[in-house]
Every structure is written in structure tokens, then in C-alpha cells.
Design a protein around this ligand. Structure first.
Ligand SMILES: [Zn+2]
Length: 789
């Protein structure tokens, strides 16, 4: 069954609240218009070019028989092409450009030729020739279904925008094969990387074919199923990493790979809305609470650990090693949007807005062609945006996400309408029996004044729900994970036709119910003083620190505005903060300025405050546009929490070299002590991937010094990585003839965890100390800190 152009599918049920699609929202906004234009003019064409250069599009051409050769790149590279096509379709809807349309149609033609007779389409198993025996043999890691899910999303977008069903038919043919292959009594293992669940729901909405909805539900229900016993004897095949440890309806906490997880929760919300299944809703409600209570970064990012690209434990939110993958931010927005549509509660939009203006926007440069994969909250200069990645999930996700942003601004339910985000422009909302035109005028996010013109086609009684953001009600996030240090007395104010009103606040919305007429005007004023955020005391890395927020925007301190570093600065609670709009800076941004104390480390290891210095903070999303250097979202408010320059010790003064460097050589003399050997938050030097080798460190000085001890704090990430305590080590000194000789040690060379291993020796006069380290067989090793005295 295919639908005629423009024909609407009637579904039995869907979300209570209906989003107003981005295609119905015209944006004329000083903040968002430049971003939408950059996405259209730079990001999408650039991402297609990168797909051509890296062989991603060639793979389809070869699979279509237009060229010969092997598959290039990673097995799931097809997904990137689909995602950019989805973004291109969205951008076509707003700006019908002939060249873009032709380019898309050409790709669709190639894909049609690359599709197998039975509907299979995955270039990795199509090259150099079709390998039918190999398909579906590694769905855990090869991600056929992840790619196919993105194909469905792109195909639905293409169909809705162009009315041409060629791509949609390719997707349907493929989905029919999926439905045949994965079914009770046939294949029952769940997809390795969630996404197809969302794609199948979209396919159902576009075609009305219930089979696709049932298939999405089938995939959800295979996850964690007892019959799929994995190698570890747990419920499913992929364990917590793939949210496959227990059935999804029994899950209550966010675990594992965070993009997989948030796509899963999004898919569960969709299937719940389309089927009325309450079990899914119960589960995602609990998981959402777990995330917002304990696993959300102040930027809205999720995913604390790089090892599994996923959620850490409760309150485990390190800043410098934060993962916060750009894809996870986008997935978090998709999920929270669905949660709002289901529960019509503004707290989900509060989280969505926090991600949008911070962790998501930081993933793409303002020029539109440089990207972050992880979005850290602190840097000592090791981070910069990249032009592309071997695994390019993030750039291609950004390419489809940015054009969709206007689609999060409005929604409606029966006769009522919702204003969720504040973006200048217009929308026309078809409600139950009326058509309501809304036009917004605002300088958000820099100014909290929003004017909304209301033009209902028919004058009638209905409610306009205006979101009063949590931050404007002195609630930082919808939990106690972060709080504002002091409540702001100034309240937001609302006027209708110049008359002050005090409407009831329902689930975070001001409910304005009245007989609306053409020409009515709503004026909202959200006070935007700088708010200081203090984290829950269980977040260890944020103790003694403060974060600055103004409106929905998180700020950070970055080196170009604070020349002598930012990690050594302390912003006391009583420091006066001022704001200024700087049109000349970073495309026009608000900055926060004030006076900070400078923290200094003394030779005895204490940190003291030494003088005052002005500081400037910029919006977090705008960092990393001026080169590499220090940055922090969480500057210290107490000297002990600062990270001052090391004191001028003998070790610090040495010229240090090593046989091999992984992570940071400076880390071994930065005088920042870890909590234990496995603590990677303070950085370490390790020799990974070297294993079982002999390694060395050397410390040289211009002149001779009398030295009588060396102490080493070992790094050991057993359970997480491959660094273990070394087999043995020893210290040597350079004698007057220039030869290295072992020192005469008075005690043994220990390799104890979680402490300094100190060796005293008969004093030597030397200009060089060498430490030799013999690694355990098949293991690497690392060093947290070295002190030579
Ligand atoms: Zn990604």
C-alpha cells in the first residue's frame, strides 16, 4: 500500500501532544538563522564532500555496479550518508534548492541499483561482490540494522519533502526483509546498536503499515530476553553495554553505551505512544529520573566514560575526561522531546534546552565544518575540533540535527498550543478546529524578553501554554543534581495585551486560557541575571567549584580571554559579576566578567591565594575556536579546588623525557595527586599500547644537584584498561663520566598501589636521574606522579 502525495495516514494512537514540524516554523532569529544557514551552506555540502572523499558514497556506487572494487572505510559507514541525506531533505523543505534536490535524487538512484532483489542493502557485504552467506552474521558490531534504521529516517524525510516515493520504496522493501528475517521462531537476537526501532516507527507513521510498528516492538522485546543467553550467563547477548542485561521493561537505570541507550529510550517512547504500552513508559520514566538525578552533565551531556562511550556510575561525572559524545547529546534531545510529547511536562524541555544550547551546540564549530566527538568540560589544551573522524557518526548526526531544531519550538494538543522554545519567527499551527498563527520576537538566549503575536483564524477559547524555564523559577535542573547557589528574587513576568497577569503554572507552563483574538499580544520577560551553580556534593570533581549560567547558556573560562590560565583562578562567592554583549567576539556573544583570585602552589604542596585578577567567561558552546589551551566550565570557588601551576620544585624544573609517551608527560610532575592508582582524572603518563617492554624516564638539569630519594606513584587501570603495576623498577644517576649507574638504594623498589613508592639512597651529586621500568608480560604500565629530592 502506498499513499498518494499529500494523503494523511490515520493512526490509531500516537503521542498526546503533537509537535509542530520544523517545516511549519519559519525562523528569523539572530541566534538561529546564521546556524541554519551555515548548516545548509556549509555543513551538509561539506559532509557530502567528505563522504565522497572517504569512499562512503563510492561504496554505494560500487555496490550498484557503477564501479569495481572493495568496500572502503568502516562497516557501518552507510549510516553517515543516510543521516546527511535526512538533513539535506530537511533543508530542502525550507529552501528548495535545485542542485541539492538533484544530488539527493542521484544518490537515491544509486541506492536503488545497489539494493539486492530481496531488499537487502548494506554495502559492506555487497563488495567486492555480494556475500549472501555473510549477512546478519555479526549484527552486534557490524550494525546493519543501525544503518537501515537511518535509511528509513532519511527515506521518510525525503518522501515527506519531495513527495517522490522512490527512496521510501527502497526502505520498505528493506524493512519487509527485516520483518521476515527477525521474527519469532527465526532470528530473535536484538540489534547490536539501537536505531532501527526509531526508523521503523517513522516508517509506520509514514505508511500506516502496522507491520513496521510490530517489528519495532519485537526488537525492543528481544533485548535482555532470557532465551538469548549471552556468553556471560546474563539475560541477553550484549550485557549492560548494549542495554541487553535484562528486559527493557525491567530496566530502571541508564547503563552502557550512551548513544545506544538514548536511542533505545527514544524508541521505547515511540512504541509506547503508538501502542499504549504502559510498561515501556514506566521503565523510561525511571531511567529518565536516574539520568537527571545522577548522570547528567551541567551542559546537558551524557556519557562519562570513554572506555565504553557510555554512562558511568551515579554521580560519576569527570570534567576533563567527560565523554558527552555529540551523538549522545542529540539522542538525549530526541528522547526528552518524546518524553514531553508523552507527559506534556516542561521539565523535559528544560533538559532539552540545556542540551541544545550547550552540549549539542558545542559539537559543531560556528563555521560549520569542524566537530567535537567528545565534549569535555575542562581542558589543559589537549582538545580541539576535528575536520572529520574515521567513525563520523557525530558530524553526520549534526548535519541532520541542526535543520530540525525549529521543530522543537512548538506543539499542540486538541485546541491548545505550546510554546516550548524562544526563537524569533512564525508558525502556523493546525489545532483541533482552528488554525493559530504565532509570531515570536526575541533576542533569546541573550535577552529574556519575548513578544508573541497571536492570530487565531477563528476567535475562540483555548489555552496557550508558555514554558517558564526551570532556571527562571530558580530550579537549575529537575533534580537536586545541580542547584543555584542563591535564589533570584526577580520573577518572570507575563502580560497579555499590555496587562500584567499571573497565570497558574502547570507542569512548568504558564497556562493562558482565554478567548484569543487576532492581534492579541503576549509579552514574556524572563530575568537573566548570572546564576552560580553548585553541584551535588557527591559529584567529586565539582567540589569547591562553581559553574556560571545565564539564561539557558552555560559559560566557561577559556585561555584567550584569560591569558595566564584559567585552572588556577578562584571565583569567590562574593565576586561581583557583570555581563556585556560583545558583537565583535565569536559571532556575537554575551560575556561574563569579574575579579578572580589567583591560586598558587607553595613548595610544601599547599595551595594559597595570591592576588587578584580580572576574568572573562564566554558561552561554553563557543569555546575551541581560537586554538588550543586551558578551558573550564567549573572554575574553583575555593583555592583548594583550583589547579595552579606547579611549585618550582627540582622535579618540575627538570627537562623530562621518556621512552614513550601516551596521554601526558607533564602529568608526572604536575603535582596533582590522584585519589588512587586507577584515577585518570588527574592525567597520567603511560606506555600503552607497549606491553611487556622495558621503558624509562629521564630527568635532566643544567647543573648538578644533591639527590637522595625518588618516589613514584604508579598508574593502574586494571578492570578498565591494560595498565598494571610494573614487574620491577630502579633508579640510576649519571656519574661524572656521563655513564648511568644504579643508585645505592637503602630500601626496596616497591610497586604498591594507591600510594607513593619511595626509595632512599646514598646521596649522589648529578645532573641526571633515570628511572628504568620493566613491564609485566602482556601488560602495559603507567605513572601518575614522580618526585625527586
Ligand atoms: Zn557520534
Amino acid at each position: 500500500m502506498l499513499l498518494a502525495e499529500g494523503q494523511k495516514v490515520e493512526l490509531e494512537r500516537d503521542y498526546n501532544v503533537k509537535p509542530v514540524p520544523f517545516s511549519k516554523v519559519t525562523v528569523r532569529d539572530n541566534f538561529w538563522t546564521p546556524r541554519l544557514e551555515t548548516s545548509r551552506n556549509v555543513t551538509i555540502p561539506y559532509a557530502f564532500t567528505m563522504c565522497e572523499e572517504t569512499g562512503r558514497i563510492r561504496n554505494f556506487e560500487k555496490a550498484a555496479g557503477l564501479q569495481q572494487g572493495n568496500h572502503e572505510g568502516i562497516h557501518f559507514d552507510d549510516s553517515d550518508v543516510y543521516k546527511i541525506m535526512e538533513g539535506a531533505a530537511y533543508s530542502l523543505q525550507v529552501n528548495p534548492e535545485k542542485m541539492m534536490r538533484l544530488y539527493l535524487d542521484k544518490l537515491v538512484t544509486v541506492m536503488k541499483a545497489a539494493q539486492w532483489e530481496d531488499g537487502y542493502l548494506f554495502t559492506f557485504y555487497s563488495l567486492p561482490e555480494r556475500q549472501p552467506e555473510k549477512r546478519w552474521t555479526n549484527i552486534q558490531w557490524n550494525h546493519e540494522q543501525y544503518c537501515m534504521g537511518h535509511m528509513y529516517e532519511a527515506a521518510v524525510a525525503h518522501y515527506q519533502v519531495t513527495g517522490d516515493d522512490t527512496f521510501l520504496n527502497i526502505a520498505r522493501k528493506n524493512a519487509d526483509l527485516i520483518c521476515e528475517t527477525f521474527a519469532p521462531g527465526r532470528r530473535t537476537d536484538p540489534p547490536g546498536h539501537q536505531e532501527i526501532e526509531i526508523g521503523l516507527c517513522k516508517l509506520y507513521r509514514a505508511t500506516g503499515d502496522k507491520k513496521y510498528l510490530s517489528q519495532a516492538k519485537f526488537f525492543l522485546d528481544q533485548r535482555g530476553r532470557k532465551g538469548n543467553r549471552g556468553p556471560n550467563g546474563d539475560g541477553g547477548l550484549y550485557g549492560t553495554y548494549g542495554q541487553d542485561h535484562i528486559p527493557v521493561t525491567e530496566q530502571t537505570t541508564a547503563v552502557g553505551h550512551s548513544v545506544r541507550a538514548a536511542y533505545l529510550y527514544t524508541g521505547m517512547a515511540d512504541v509506547a505512544a503508538l501502542t499504549g504500552n504502559m510498561e515501556y513508559i514506566k521503565a523510561i520514566d525511571a531511567i529518565w529520573k536516574d539520568v537527571v538525578d545522577t548522570k547528567l552533565y551541567v551542559t546537558g551531556g551524557i556519557g562519562a566514560a570513554g572506555g565504553h562511550e557510555g554512562f558511568g556510575g551515579q554521580y560519576e561525572l569527570p570534567n576533563m575526561t567527560a565523554y558527552c559524545e555529540t551523538c549522545a547529546s542529540i539522542a538525549n534531545i530526541l528522547w526528552n522531546h518524546r518524553m514531553f510529547l508523552m507527559h506534556n511536562d516542561a521539565k523535559y524541555i528544560d533538559v532539552l534546552e540545556r542540551v541544545l544550547y550547550n552540549a549539542a551546540l558545542s559539537g559543531i564549530s560556528m563555521e560549520g565544518d569542524r566537530f567535537f566527538y567528545p565534549n569535555v568540560l575542562e581542558s589543559i589544551g589537549q582538545h580541539s575540533r576535528s575536520p572529520w573522524f574515521g567513525c563520523a557518526c557525530c558530524p553526520s548526526n549534526v548535519a541532520r540535527f541542526v535543520p530540525s531544531v525549529p521543530g522543537y519550538a512548538y506543539a499542540h494538543k486538541d485546541s491548545d498550543v505550546y510554546v516550548n522554545l524562544f526563537i524569533s519567527g512564525q508558525t502556523s499551527i493546525e489545532t483541533a478546529k482552528n488554525k493559530v498563527k504565532l509570531s515570536q520576537q526575541t533576542e533569546y538566549p541573550w535577552n529574556g524578553k519575548v513578544t508573541i503575536g497571536v492570530e487565531p483564524e477563528k476567535s475562540e477559547v483555548f489555552a496557550i501554554y508558555i514554558r517558564i524555564p526551570g532556571w527562571a523559577r530558580n530550579q537549575c535542573v529537575p533534580s537536586d543534581l545541580y542547584g543555584f547557589q542563591t535564589a533570584v528574587d526577580e520573577q518572570s513576568s507575563l502580560k497579555v495585551n499590555d496587562k500584567q497577569i499571573s497565570p497558574r503554572i502547570e507542569k512548568g507552563f504558564a497556562r493562558l486560557e482565554r478567548q484569543w483574538q487576532m492581534g492579541d499580544t503576549i509579552e514574556l520577560d524572563l530575568p537573566m541575571p548570572v546564576r552560580r551553580i553548585i553541584a551535588h556534593q557527591n559529584i567529586k570533581t565539582d567540589r569547591g567549584k562553581v559553574a556560571l549560567q545565564r539564561g539557558p547558556v552555560m559559560f566557561c573560562l577559556e585561555w584567550p580571554d584569560n591569558k595566564d590560565g584559567v585552572l588556577n583562578l578562584v571565583i569567590p562567592d562574593n565576586a561581583k559579576l557583570t555581563t556585556e554583549y560583545r558583537a565583535d567576539l565569536l559571532g556575537g556573544v554575551m560575556v561574563i566578567a569579574g575579579k578572580a583570585q589567583v591560586a598558587k602552589r607553595t613548595n610544601d604542596g599547599n595551595i594559597v591565594s595570591a592576588g587578584e585578577k580580572p576574568f572573562t567567561a564566554i558561552p561554553y558552546y563557543a569555546w575551541a575556536h581560537r586554538g588550543q589551551g586551558q578551558m573550564t566550565v567549573w572554575p574553583a570557588r575555593e583555592p583548594e579546588a583550583a589547579r595552579p601551576e606547579p611549585a618550582d620544585t627540582l622535579t618540575y624544573r627538570s627537562k623530562t623525557t621518556a621512552s614513550f609517551v601516551h596521554v601526558s608527560l607533564d602529568a608526572i610532575k604536575d603535582q596533582i595527586l590522584p585519589d588512587n592508582s586507577s584515577d585518570s582524572s588527574a592525567m597520567q603518563l603511560d606506555f600503552w599500547p607497549h606491553k611487556g617492554t622495558n621503558e624509562w624516564l629521564q630527568f635532566d638539569w643544567d647543573q648538578e644537584h644533591k639527590i637522595s630519594s625518588v618516589k613514584v606513584y604508579w598508574f593502574d587501570d586494571t578492570g578498565r584498561g591494560e595498565c598494571h603495576l610494573p614487574k620491577t623498577w630502579r633508579a640510576l644517576y649519571r656519574d661524572t663520566k656521563g655513564n648511568f649507574k644504579p643508585v645505592n638504594n637503602k630500601n626496596s623498589y616497591d610497586t604498591d598501589k594507591d600510594t607513593f613508592n619511595k626509595v632512599d639512597f646514598e646521596p649522589v651529586k648529578t645532573n641526571s636521574i633515570k628511572i628504568e621500568i620493566i613491564l609485566q608480560e602482556d601488560c602495559s604500565a603507567g605513572i601518575q606522579e614522580v618526585v625527586i629530592e
